[in-house]
Design a protein around this ligand. Structure first.
Ligand SMILES: C[S@@+](CC[C@H](N)C(=O)[O-])C[C@H]1O[C@@H](n2cnc3c(N)ncnc32)[C@H](O)[C@@H]1O
Length: 352
């Protein structure tokens, strides 16, 4: 990756002033062992995002009885129960957290930033996973090369991340990059090692949080999940092909289907996006109300792809924590969109 980010003739950008030699610097440059000496028995993601992480791992690791390295591990490796691993090695910094990890068969305390060389022989692992931790690597190019070395040919390196971090310990380059740029950055880490197939990307964004999540009432979507992954080169012949991950909005209808379904909404009163029955809804009775209709029909399915995608669409437009629902006006026979600030919004007006 080209980390000489401030070329003299480039127009001003937030990358200006980031030099190659400090792109991977951190606010807290003290020994990582000190920062991670504090036990953190917390989850770094909400429950929906965690389930996505587990699903990704479960789908991609299709080896029978694999030997796995959880790189930068803690008390939970997010491995699904059906994964019949022969051995799971956890490499991290906090022994107490690793001791609590019931999935690990071995624990290795090793500071990757102090020494990016992995203390394992060549071709030892079928898969290496790195979850919500790549942002803390100060020597990612070396680490990605090392991972390729300890993977069996055709073995999987799966890097999963979100948008939360310990700002003291995340690298400068990571912090100033957008989420899309972080995906490109991790792809570059893979490519620069020259030992992997072309890395693939999976993104899950804009899903609703679980109802019981403490931020659900704020309408903030579930933590986004990005997975960048590749097999190490070689070993492809006769190997079971790795499954393609389904895109997060897989199953939603095409634009054409939606427009066809919108034509029949009058007869069916079904949401053109998810097919569920829309509910009769009465606008608020307020002296300031500008509604000129007695009732509408709204799709109140919280998992409707239209709502799920809406969080991400609104977020990218600067409207954080907002989405929208499909509304049908029976008097004008027209389909509209109504914004929401949480999954609870508008529900007090449901009358059937
Ligand atoms: C945000 S936690 C993620 C833990 C775990 N992978 C998970 O999914 O919950 C970051 C982890 O990276 C590990 N870590 C941070 N810096 C490290 C370093 N320099 N060398 C090795 N591990 C490190 C810490 O021990 C910590 O458990």
């Amino acid at each position: 990756m080209n980390t000489a980010l401030a070329e003299p003739n480039q127009s001003a950008s937030r990358f200006d002033g980031v030099r190659q030699d400090d792109a991977f610097s951190r606010l807290d440059e003290s020994d990582d062992m000190l920062f991670y000496a504090t036990d953190r028995f917390v989850q770094h993601l909400d429950a929906v995002a965690l389930a996505t992480v587990q699903k990704i791992i479960g789908e991609l690791l299709n080896e029978e009885s694999p030997i796995i390295l959880d790189l930068m591990a803690s008390w939970d490796s997010h491995l699904p129960a059906h994964l019949n691993a022969t051995r799971v090695v956890g490499l991290g910094l906090n022994r107490k957290e690793l001791d609590e990890n019931k999935l690990l068969s071995e624990i290795v305390i090793h500071d990757l930033n102090a020494n990016p060389l992995l203390p394992f022989p060549d071709a030892m692992f079928d898969a290496v996973i790195n979850t919500v931790s790549v942002d803390y690597m100060t020597k990612p190019f070396e680490v990605f090369r090392e991972v390729a070395r300890v993977l069996k040919p055709g073995g999987l390196f799966l890097v999963i991340f979100s948008n939360r971090m310990f700002p003291e310990k995340a690298t400068k380059l990571w912090q100033i990059s957008s989420e899309a740029e972080r995906v490109a950055m991790v792809q570059e880490f893979f490519r620069s090692a020259k030992s992997y197939e072309e890395p693939k990307v999976f993104v899950s964004r804009g899903r609703p949080r679980p109802e019981d999540d403490r931020y659900a009432h704020l309408g903030i979507p579930s933590d986004p999940i990005y997975a960048v992954y590749a097999d190490s080169v070689g070993g492809q012949t006769g190997k079971k092909p790795r499954p393609e991950l389904e895109a997060s909005d897989e199953g939603s209808m095409t634009v054409q289907t939606v427009s066809e379904k919108s034509k029949t909404i009058k007869d069916t009163l079904q949401c053109p996006h998810c097919g569920q029955s829309m509910k009769k809804w009465v606008p608020p009775n307020s002296p300031f109300s500008t509604w000129d209709v007695d009732y509408m029909y709204i799709c109140f399915n919280d998992e409707c792809p239209y709502v799920v995608r809406g969080w991400g669409v609104m977020d990218r437009q600067g409207n954080r924590g907002m989405s929208y629902r499909v509304m049908y006006d029976p008097q004008r026979d027209s389909c509209l969109t109504i914004p929401i600030i949480s999954l609870h919004a508008l529900k007090e007006g449901i009358v059937d």
